[in-house]
Design a protein. Structure first.
Length: 580
């Protein structure tokens, strides 16, 4: 279906021209159309079968640093299947509710009448591609009139989003089951709704989640989560006006999260103590930015946070370990935060997806937050509160990508002069596309903690990345994990519905205590299975191009290289993830 949507001046019902020779040479052949210069033109029939896997040369028609006034936005929406070769394709298109034009327009950071350039239009394209209800998107210059009046086409392809939620995830020897229904594009409005029954190793219960990224077509967004579990309940609400684009000048948010549940202390994947936990977390903040200045965005936020964490331990635990430090804590703190983002992005294929357009964030990204909690602001005692994150990525060569980052967060008790739940983490990932369909990934991380309360164990196991071992197998205040993975991106395209990929991998990791081991842990810490763990394995990747775009099915067989309690000869992992 092709339809015209927004124009800053009304024009009756003239037919819509469509675009796109997404391959650059056609731009040079642009022909005048009255007082307008036609940049791209495509007839309606061809537009509906346009292949998004093609080259990304449509920006060559515009002068890179010139400002244009956006005159009109025409939306072209493709159905789930661009060709209806099979009955399944025809049925999917017939019963699928197409994304409404107003949902696509609300998601765009640009509006008719605004000044735009190539950079803003590229960003608009990235924002649309991030939507789980779209397979891909292009924002294509169509014509320039009167020197600087720009018309653009927004071309999108839908995916099927209404799904029965019948899922079985298995990682580290534990199963997670989901039964229900979910839709990330409710009635074609870009809103999300999930109603389901969830069961995992810790709890089971009913879940209701609703998300609206553009309330009433505005920049305001919300998420609401309600969970009723057999061990407690959870209610969370997030209301925010985000910095919706790099050049956005202000944002604000309000978050509330109440979570009551049973938790456990684990060792070698076994729960040996259980306790009740209650958490209350509230945060509200407003932010301001001068916008994009050169290559960088600077943002400042001022807010207020409140955290109340309470724990009820079993009588047997308190009797056995009377000297165990208390874990209850409460903080009420004003905070000041700073964010810095470098405007550096790239578009590639076959990194973390299979034959699909990927937007890669390059350049530096920094977030720093500092707060102070005292009894005057609702806290318990005097604490300094800090959070810091840093990330960067760059192409070393056209085939080699290096990404790295670090994070530090925690609390400092000024009354007792000690760190509390201080955690530092560093990560690095190296990707090398050494052949057309093959790519090497080497990824590593190391984490250190200080002043842990018993509810903040560092863990490593199947669910945490060691795919040949049970989940939550080791714990400690130090942890490292290294993965070496050779990935294969297949051109096989069964029924024009699934992209296939594969991987062979090696995982190496360990979690341990540097210094005194908590008294409630077993005293067999010298056993070999507390040393470095490793496994090899092989995996299959299945990415659907016709359903929601934020899931890739992983089927892995992990073969452990070290024995230990509950370690099997092969560990089968079946999970749905956002990337390969």
């Amino acid at each position: 279906m092709i339809s015209r949507t927004w124009s800053w001046r009304r024009r009756g019902t003239s037919r819509v021209l469509l675009l796109l020779a997404l391959w650059g040479p056609a731009a040079a052949a642009a022909a005048p159309d009255g007082d307008c210069q036609v940049l791209h033109e495509l007839d309606a029939e061809a537009a509906q079968t346009f292949q998004f896997e093609g080259e990304l040369g449509h920006w060559e028609a515009l002068i890179p640093r010139q400002d244009y006034r956006l005159r009109r936005i025409d939306v072209v929406r493709q159905n789930v299947f661009e060709r209806e070769d099979m009955w399944l394709h025809r049925a999917a298109n017939r019963y699928h509710v197409m994304t409404r034009e107003r949902a696509i327009l609300a998601a765009l950071p640009v509006r008719p009448g605004e000044r735009v350039d190539v950079r803003r239009l590229r960003e608009a394209e990235r924002i649309l591609r991030a939507k789980a209800y779209l397979y891909d998107a292009r924002v294509v210059p169509a014509r320039v009139c009167d020197g600087d009046q720009l018309d653009v086409y927004v071309v999108t392809r839908d995916v099927w989003t209404l799904e029965p939620r019948i899922s079985l995830d298995r990682a580290g020897g534990e199963n997670e089951i989901g039964l229900g229904i979910t839709d990330v594009n409710l009635l074609g409005l870009g809103k999300a709704l999930t109603v389901s029954y969830e069961k995992d190793a810790d709890r089971r219960g009913a879940l209701l989640w609703y998300g609206d990224p553009n309330i009433g077509g505005s920049r305001w967004a919300m998420d609401l989560t309600l969970i009723d579990n057999d061990d407690g309940e959870r209610a969370a609400l997030s209301l925010r006006r985000p910095f919706y684009e790099l050049d956005a000048r202000y944002g604000m948010f309000f978050d509330v999260d109440h979570f009551d549940r049973d938790e456990g202390l684990y060792n070698l994947s076994r729960k040996f103590w259980e306790y009740q936990a209650e958490s209350r977390v509230h945060r509200v903040a407003g932010g301001w930015s001068p916008g994009l200045e050169g290559r960088f965005v600077h943002r400042w936020l001022l807010g207020m946070g409140y955290e109340d964490h309470r724990f009820e331990l079993p009588a047997a635990f308190t009797a056995a370990f009377p000297d165990a430090p208390p874990a209850d804590r409460r903080f009420g703190y004003p905070f000041l935060a700073y964010q810095r983002i470098e405007d550096d992005f790239d578009t590639r294929m076959n990194l973390d997806r299979v034959q699909r357009t990927e937007d890669i964030a390059l350049g530096q990204r920094i977030y720093a937050e500092f707060g102070y909690s005292s009894s005057a602001t609702g806290g318990r005692g005097r604490h300094l509160i800090g959070r810091f994150r840093f990330a960067d990525a760059a192409w070393l060569t056209p085939r080699q990508l290096l990404a790295f980052g670090a994070a530090v967060s925690g609390y400092y008790d000024l009354d007792d002069d000690r760190a509390e739940n201080l955690e530092a983490d560093a990560q690095v990932a190296y990707r090398y596309r050494h052949a057309g369909s093959w790519s090497l990934l080497v990824r590593g991380s190391i984490t250190a903690a200080r002043g842990q309360t018993f509810d903040r164990q560092l863990r490593v196991g199947g669910e945490e990345g060691l795919r040949g071992f049970p989940t939550r197998y080791q714990n400690g205040n130090r942890r490292f994990l290294v993965t070496i993975e050779e990935r294969y991106y297949s051109n096989v395209y069964p029924l024009r519905m699934f992209r296939l990929g594969g991987a062979v991998f090696l995982d190496v990791g360990r979690a341990w205590y540097d210094g005194e081991v908590p008294a409630w842990l077993p005293d067999d810490r010298d056993a070999g299975y507390y040393g470095v763990l490793s496994n090899v394995g092989v995996g299959l990747r299945l990415e659907s191009t016709r359903t929601r775009g934020d899931r890739i099915l992983h089927l892995d067989l992990g073969f452990p290289l070290r024995n230990g309690p509950d370690v099997r000869s092969v560990e089968v992992t079946l999970t749905a993830k956002q990337t390969l």
